[in-house]
Design a protein around this ligand. Sequence first.
Ligand code: SF4
Length: 428
Amino acid sequence: MLDLATAPGVRAHKPDKLRELGIMSLNGMFDEMDGVAVLRQAVEELLVDDLAIVSSFGADSSVLLHMVSEVNKDLPVYFLETGKHFPETLEYVETLKRQLGLTNVIALTPDSKDILRFDPKGDLWETDPDSCCHIRKTEPLDAAVSGYGGWVTGRKRYQTKERGVLPHFELTSDDRIKVNPLAYFSDADITTYKLKYGLPEHPLYNKGYKSIGCAPCTSVVAEGEDPRAGRWRGLNKKECGIHFDFNGAIAKPMAAQELTLFKDGAFVADPFRAWTEGDDPASVRYTHVPLPVFLENREAILSNPHPLGLLVSPGDNVELVQADLGRFASIAINFPAFGDGRGYSSSRLLAERYGYKGELRAVGDVLHDQISHMRRCGMNAFVVKHEPTRKALEAGKLALVDIFYQPVGLTEVPLGTRPFLRRAVENA
Ligand code: SF4
């Protein structure tokens, strides 16, 4: 038996080197193993009576749950009953329980006080989905699994670019082990496994839902799209937060006055934080990594499975990261002082020349008068700490400037024949 769990009762501390090494060697040993062997190792050797299964009872859940039934039908299986599921998903929970003989499926519901306080109208998913996931998923799951040394997920590498380096075993920052028996399964492996064991499909799967979560945040996926493209479609959100870490590295539900990120016309919870000295490039998550730090740790950061952002400050050469821009869900352009305009050029290069399509946010000294210029240069989110600017944005009173010394893009091509003079451009 592998002796990784040297102190299973100890929580909330940085993983020690030995455990990290243990996890690395486990991944080496189990790289070639099939999913059931990985699960059996976790259940019978690594975390005996100390492991929980978490299942969404979504499109592919039958595969992991079938493996669970093969290993031990009495293992605790937690289902996040957010109150927002499709009725078909609730039916499917019962179908799988019955067919696989699972005896210990436990529905986790959100705290009613949180719902009353943060989502009294039931529309938080629309205005602030990170906080909605936080109160409906992360908080209930954290509470339930806090007594376990590890948990099992059904995540797979092929699902998204962010999951592309998912290992079989992960060590979380609070020293628990996440087990991903299906990490190396392909889409075809899932289909083959379902057919081999005659597993029932989720009732919505054949209607085009390839990844199924809560009803308001799930849509049909077109042929050739990323299977998770139908989740939070149109939002810069790929995960619900439960997979970042046990202690939840995503935004906590916040009072309106604490929200500083202005995006899509509203102040919303910000899942990102700033890079701090001592952060580990290989495991940090939801952090804007300064561009020089990225260049120094490029391999580690590209192998880091978590969502990340990039921080571009004056003097940074964005051309050096041109090939890696797709790695970042968000790029923060730093404006350390009102009079420093270098961030405008960086933003234009990223958006116009290099075609970056993700979130481009302005951070630092972001003031009311600058925002329309920032938008012209491609920025689509703004971290606002200046109270008058916040009030103006909340009131929808954004200063518009229609005289441009330096036109940008196609719509601002200077009128007339003397482009070196200031021009007024209508309807800019
Ligand atoms: S998936 Fe949507 S409805 Fe479900 S908890 Fe997250 S934001 Fe809320």
